[in-house]
Design a protein around this ligand. Structure first.
Ligand code: 13P
Ligand code: SF4
Length: 317
């Protein structure tokens, strides 16, 4: 592959064109999650929720995957497409759910529940995935849980709120790991209800990582892509959106005539509804990772194979 590492970093205004050129020269595909900065989403070849991005990473024939998202998402891309170079603009872009679930502690929890199967939400490390029987995303968790016989006891990790929501939706008893998304737990049910009451005819939609009292007052709960479809299809003129604020960029583009309001947090702190991990990625870092083909996601082959099996079970559903 050509060496572009000596190339000077372009001025900010020239970055999109430089990224586009490098993408073609590197035979790269840029995948972006809906929480990425608008300027990154606008450049991406493919945008989506965790499930759609995993499928795109599996199906691409590009030589390089530049993953504008967080570490566990890029890891999934590497697990599914080991022959490709996978780069992440900022290796520090993590996830609080991943941090809340150290692999050794999960292993101890599994030993305490030898009769249980493990459903792992995709927001976790490869070392946690490798211990799971199946992976799920917020978009398919109901289907995944229902794929087990009704009498099969299940452990669900790491997101407690998603797990409790899926237990209620399916009528199943799930043992829940106490992980939380540090962004979604900031939304405030009372303030959301007040905002809704002040806008007659408005509806409130939420991501399932929100707390139970927030989900209880939601008119719709779904993954980021499912929320986007709801916004496009809903007859409501005003929609209050309970998820990371990056999501509003595409929602406003697809539904320009609707009033889309971010859900209020517990405190009026600017950026309270932003995921600091997702926002670590910038156009300059995206340019650099395509220029230098670094930082790369590398993985031990034995770990990759063990993490692949439960991911494939999910994708086969
Ligand atoms: P989605 O799979 O719904 O896009 O969720 C990913 C995520 O990290 C939510 O915080
Ligand atoms: Fe993780 Fe929450 Fe950020 Fe999603 S929004 S990547 S769950 S910390």
């Amino acid at each position: 592959m050509s060496d572009f590492t000596g190339e000077a970093i372009p001025e900010p205004a020239a970055l999109p064109a430089a990224i586009d050129r490098l993408r073609r020269e590197r035979r790269a595909v840029i995948l972006a999650h809906w929480y990425q900065r608008p300027e990154i989403q606008d450049l991406a070849d493919f945008r989506g929720d965790s499930l759609a991005l995993a499928q795109a990473a599996r199906d691409t024939d590009a030589e390089v995957i530049a993953f504008a998202g967080v570490h566990f998402m890029a890891e999934v891309a590497k697990i599914l497409s080991p022959e490709r170079i996978v780069v992440l603009p900022d290796l520090q872009a993590g996830c609080s759910l991943d941090e809340d679930c150290p692999p050794a502690e999960l292993a101890a929890w599994r030993r305490e529940h030898p009769d249980h199967k493990v459903v792992a939400y995709i927001n976790c490390s490869a070392a946690v995935k490798a211990q799971a029987d199946i992976i799920c995303t917020s978009g398919n968790a109901v289907k995944v849980v229902e794929s087990f016989p009704a009498d099969q006891p299940l452990l669900f990790a790491p997101d407690r709120n998603l797990g409790a929501h899926i237990a209620a939706r399916t009528g199943r008893t799930l043992e829940l790991w106490p992980g939380r998304c540090f962004v979604h737990v900031r939304f405030d049910a009372e303030r959301i209800a007040a905002r809704k009451a002040s806008r007659p005819g408005s509806v409130f939609i939420a991501h399932p990582e929100c707390e139970a009292q927030v989900l209880q007052i939601a008119d719709f709960v779904g993954s980021t892509s499912q929320m986007l479809r709801f916004v496009q299809d809903s007859p409501a003129g005003t929609i209050i959106v309970g998820t990371e604020s990056g999501m509003l960029h595409e929602m406003r583009r697809r539904a320009p005539d609707k009033t889309l309001l971010p859900a209020p947090c517990h405190k009026d702190v600017p950026g309270c509804d932003e995921c600091a991990h997702m926002k670590r990625n910038t156009l300059e870092k995206l340019y650099l990772c395509l220029r230098d083909l670094a930082p790369r996601i590398e993985m031990d082959e034995d770990l990759r194979r063990r993490a692949l099996a439960p991911l494939e079970r999910m994708l086969a559903l």
